[in-house]
Design a protein around this ligand. Structure first.
Ligand SMILES: NC(=O)c1ccc[n+]([C@@H]2O[C@H](COP(=O)([O-])OP(=O)(O)OC[C@H]3O[C@@H](n4cnc5c(N)ncnc54)[C@H](O)[C@@H]3O)[C@@H](O)[C@H]2O)c1
Length: 311
């Protein structure tokens, strides 16, 4: 199939592109390399360096005629979204609309959208949180993701378009950016490998639903193939604290590890964990890689990159 992946130079997008190519799909990538890396680009994919907000997107769609659009490109920094909600909205909402409308015009029929489960439900009272809980994001980034879901639902209703919005938990694994505000597994891995202390904001008892990249890519591949529309959590159904993540990373780094505690960051959610019953029932997907194994693989990857001087 002809597939366009936006954000294909990024962490999740590049793993997805690799798997799609392995399965003999014809893949093109649209990415402006703002956080993505050239080294992540699969040489067998056609690469367009450009912005999802650009008018040129229409020409790209006409040229490539993708049958499926995986839309992963985004402004992903929650803190930045609170500092500059207009920029966040421009990229995450207007950029997405630009893509969807040109995709439809070029005859595209199915979109898989990278949404968020981590911030979608605000401070949820029910854990693990099912999709039936009303979304209540408490940051502009989450509000933008929810808006795009609503637009997709609108297009699905009035146009010949099917869609899946995948509400990812905290995705971790090789290639994640270790120098951003989020991605605690990557950040801890690099700091501990360098003999630096890991910084924990708050008491470290805050929890998240950590899901390994390999499982996330499996979910993307499964939902691509079935013409079912809706939004689905993608997580493990398990809460893990930041303290536990520190201990796991320290274990695999294999050298003395230090942690330091700093005041909690304003706006950080206390607990997050996703129910994954809906996606299991609709697509037969569930996460398979245990946290211990995923962290082991992630640390090993960062170890190799650090040794090779590629970080
Ligand atoms: N990593 C997670 O835990 C997580 C959790 C929930 C949702 N998501 C979503 O998954 C998607 C991928 O996230 P990631 O972790 O791989 O991040 P990433 O930063 O590695 O990937 C995002 C990619 O989008 C590109 N990009 C950004 N703005 C662009 C623009 N205006 N035009 C074209 N390209 C642009 C970047 O260069 C980058 O390659 C995002 O939509 C993100 O919101 C990620």
């Amino acid at each position: 199939m002809r597939i366009l992946v936006t954000g294909g130079a990024g962490f999740i997008g590049s793993h997805l592109v690799d798997k799609l190519i392995e399965r003999q799909h014809e893949v093109s990538i649209l990415d402006n390399l703002s956080t993505g890396r050239k080294e992540n680009l699969n040489p067998r994919a056609k690469f367009y360096q450009g912005d999802i907000r650009d008018k040129q997107v229409e020409n790209l769609m006409k040229e490539q005629k993708p049958e499926i659009l995986f839309h992963l490109a985004a402004q992903i920094n929650v803190r930045k979204s609170t500092e500059d909600p207009i920029f966040d909205n421009n990229v995450n909402v207007n950029g997405s609309l630009n893509l969807v409308s040109s995709f439809l015009k070029a005859g595209g029929r199915r979109i898989i959208f990278a949404s968020t489960g981590g911030v979608m439900y605000g401070e949820p009272e029910i854990l693990p949180t099912p999709e039936t809980v009303e979304p209540f994001p408490l940051c502009p980034y989450g509000i933008a993701k929810l808006s795009v879901e609503k637009y997709l639902n609108y297009y699905h209703r009035y146009f010949p378009l099917s869609f899946c919005a995948l509400r990812f938990g905290n995705v971790y694994g090789p290639r994640q950016n270790a120098f951003s505000e989020a991605g605690v597994v990557a950040i801890f891995s690099v700091r501990l490998l360098r003999g630096q202390p890991a910084m924990i904001y708050g008491d470290g008892q805050q929890t998240r639903d950590f899901v390994f990249i390999e499982d996330v890519i499996q979910a993307c591949l499964l939902v691509m193939e079935k013409n079912v529309s809706g939004f689905f959590n993608v997580g493990t159904g398990r809460e893990t604290s930041v303290n536990e993540i520190f201990q796991q990373v320290a274990r695999w780094v294999g050298r003395p590890a230090i942690r330091e505690y700093a005041p909690a960051r304003e706006g950080d959610i206390r607990r997050s964990c996703l129910s994954v019953e809906k996606i299991r029932q609709a697509f037969g997907w569930q996460a398979r890689v245990p946290l211990e194994e995923g962290i082991k693989q992630t640390v090993a990857w960062f170890q190799r990159e650090e040794k090779a001087g590629r970080l």
